[in-house]
Design a protein. Sequence first.
Length: 163
Amino acid sequence: MLTANLLAVVLVFGQGLHQVSTSDKSEFIGLLRTLPTKGEFYSEEAVRKAGPYMPTLFSLTEADIRKYDFYQFGAISRGLCDQKDQRDYAVHHFEEIRHPKLKLLWAVMLFNSGVASPEINEFLKKAVSSKDQSKVLAKMIGPKFQSFKKRVLLARKSPPNHL
């Protein structure tokens, strides 16, 4: 019984420990260039193909994508966030997002989707209170930034208790 419980814990927590290699990152970036688009965003088919690469997306650093247009990473993130399984993954693995701008983007999308964890809410509260991060957020969100900032600052630290 103890062995089965230990195995379950390892399986659950081990998913976040997946080591992403440089070749995994290159493969994902190459895939992004070939995925079909629909207008300025990726198609549903593209989002389905990119789904298994969430750990890779979250492991990307500024150095990894410096020579690429950030928009493609934001666009695929938008499509992935529209999928419940990917949103759930993002909430549970939020701390693994290594690229600062990508992390801000995911925090905003998860907050606006109503699924942000207390940790994400706190991350956003710090971000909207930071001069530098507020500038990035204001560019990201546009004219609705002040309204967003107000909602973030009023957000509960923890979700309501539903009995």
